[in-house]
Write a protein that binds this ligand. Structure first.
Ligand code: C5P
Length: 497
């Protein structure tokens, strides 16, 4: 089975003895015995494996010398505290915390008393594999200072749904439960996603309170309009979960790019995308099925974060993103020359599917034929393969090498081994590997599933996500690596978030 934790740790990660015994339909005392003996009977292994996989906790080894593959949320970059106050839309927030968890966030959750009327701490724990906090005063020694511990070192605190009552108490500095104590003690950026009856929302008291909070720097994620759970129509619906997710994650990533802006005038990204086209004659060519979608998504998402983006693209059928500089090329040689012209950047991401060879027509007498004239159907022609330049390798070795050079590896088998080999041979800082198979066709598709491998050969696996989501995952990892590698150059005071 997995090789990364002992039985107690494993049970803890699944929510503790009580929840494991419920999940496996066995007695809590049986589970306690497993912990004591550090052993689980074989008959439960399969079921446990499934539970771990469902929670993205499984690690496995592809090869003897491979390191374990860990879910992408490990070593998470951003730390978020979600406070759930008591509204009917509480249940929707479960999907939000699942999204944060799935996407690499270090997440803590606090439930208010009223929220616990709608959802339980146990559901939260089983989603994030962590304790869900509810009490200000606890008999457990290490929880004595919950409100202070939870208020510290958070990149963001989100209150969702945020009730009219919670807004009012926040405005007046009332601290009569754990959640409100955290807010008073916190030095983090606070976001609120209100949800309430339209009349409560429009009430002058609520609106005045919101104005006060905004003046204090609290960020409001405005509610939507529509039919409410109470049957009335108007403004007060909790925004869609993906809206709250994008709003908060964009804030964090933007802050991240701004850090880099402090590093140089503006973070400069160079991206190649799409296939290359290798001319055989004026009307024939060799190419591949790359759509360019993943590279374009990376360009668009980096641009949204305020980076300066140059996109060098092979021929594609998709809309050109509105990047700072867009350069169209056909062949690998043209792509190389444009990459060299634009090598003055901070990060180079080579997502292009560059053709490895071109076909050169020869006569049987070994005479090279010109590719300027259409080749005639002629049995006397044969083709020699000529190797194309390896663009990313030449960038890696270039004197003007960007700080980070990141490649892609699309493979049909031995994915991790082949990707690692390329990482090493091409001297990359990171490689994004994806397996091309029937279920994960990738080329031309809207979805992708990737493994991110760094220089230390740590491997992190994503779920199957849209190419935009994958782009944000890659960006988050890239910025983290950039920060780790060059942290000493940052002006930390001006970048704290
Ligand atoms: O084609 P291959 O699997 O070797 O591609 C791995 C990485 O190398 C990709 O990032 C790709 O963009 C880059 N590459 C390149 N020039 C080539 C072939 C691949 O830059 N001629």
């Amino acid at each position: 089975m997995n090789n990364f934790m002992n039985i107690s740790e494993l049970i803890f990660k699944l929510g503790g003895t009580g929840s494991v015994s419920k999940l496996l339909n066995t007695n809590p005392s049986t589970v306690s015995n497993w912990k004591k003996n550090n052993k689980i009977p074989k008959s439960y292994m399969n079921e446990l494996d499934i539970l771990l996989k469902e929670r993205n906790l499984i690690t496995f080894t592809e090869n003897e010398d491979d390191k374990s593959i860990t879910p992408i949320r490990k070593n998470s970059k951003f730390s978020i505290l979600v406070i759930i106050s008591g509204g009917v839309s509480c249940y929707k927030i479960l999907e939000l915390i699942r999204l944060y968890y799935k996407n690499d966030f270090d997440i803590e959750v606090v439930l208010t008393k009223s929220a616990q009327k709608f959802i339980t701490p146990l559901i939260v724990t089983s989603l994030i594999n962590k304790k869900c906090f509810t009490e200000l005063f606890s008999s457990e020694e290490n929880e004595n200072m919950n409100h202070i511990n939870l208020a510290r070192n958070k990149n963001l605190i989100l209150i969702a749904p945020c009730t009219a009552n919670f807004i009012a108490k926040m405005t007046h500095g009332i601290a009569d439960d754990l959640a409100l104590n955290i807010i008073l003690a916190s030095n983090s950026k606070i976001f609120i996603a209100p949800s309430m009856n339209p009349y409560m929302w429009e009430n002058k008291a609520t609106q005045d309170n919101l104005e006060t909070l905004k003046k204090r720097g609290v960020v409001l994620i405005n509610p939507n309009s529509g039919l409410m759970a109470c049957g009335e129509n108007g403004t007060g619906r909790l925004p869609e979960i993906n809206e709250i997710f994008s709003f908060t994650t964009n804030y964090l990533l933007k802050k991240d790019v701004k850090k880099c802006i402090g590093f140089q005038s503006q973070l400069k990204i160079l991206i190649t995308a799409g296939p290359t086209q290798e001319k055989i004659d004026p009307i024939r060519y060799v190419s591949n099925n790359s759509s360019g979608k993943q590279g374009y998504a990376l360009a668009e998402e980096f641009l949204k974060l305020g980076a300066h983006v140059t996109l060098i693209s092979g021929p594609t059928n998709i809309n050109k993103p509105n990047v700072n500089k867009f350069i169209e090329v056909l062949s690998a040689e043209e792509m190389l020359s444009q990459v060299e012209n634009n090598i003055d950047c901070d990060i180079f991401i080579s997502s292009a599917a560059v053709c490895d060879w071109k076909l050169i027509p020869y006569t049987l007498k070994n005479k090279k034929l010109s590719n300027n004239d259409k080749l005639k159907k002629n049995k006397d022609i044969f083709f020699k393969l000529e190797t194309n330049p390896d663009i990313i390798k030449s960038v890696s070795k270039n004197k003007k090498r960007p700080r980070l050079v990141i490649g892609f590896a699309a493979e049909t088998k031995n994915l991790i081994q082949n990707a690692k080999k390329k990482l090493k041979e091409k001297q990359l800082d990171m490689i994004i590997a994806n397996l091309i198979e029937k279920e994960n066709a990738i080329f031309g598709e809207e979805f992708n599933k990737i493994f991110i491998i760094d220089k230390q050969c740590n491997i992190q696996e994503s779920e199957k996500l849209t190419k935009k989501e994958i782009a944000n995952l890659i960006i988050s990892k890239t910025l983290k690596l950039h920060e780790e590698t060059y942290a000493k150059n940052y002006n930390r005071k001006s970048i704290s978030i």
